[in-house]
Design a protein. Sequence first.
Length: 109
Amino acid sequence: MLAFHSSTPAARVPGPADAIGQAPASNASDWARCGMAYWPAHSLDAFLLRMAAHGQCVSAAMMLGDRRYAVEQLERAWALQDDAELQTLTEELAPYFAGRSPFARATRN
């Protein structure tokens, strides 16, 4: 009897590492809704880093858990007028933490 060896490589079995950072297909719409409902995490991280560059230590946990603290930090950031990137981040984050953005460009004097 002749044995045939397949020249095609064996199919790779996906492992847990393949799923990191990917939404399961069945939950993709749920993941998309969560992304729209919560704060933009990448913007909050950038905000924390920009504030640290100005010597201001800001707690992400406090920003997410204490509205008054979050508003105080946004006001503190808004006062740093020399940092355009921080101003943009403040405008982006304000609606998530302070309601309607009091920091919108149209209201700035």
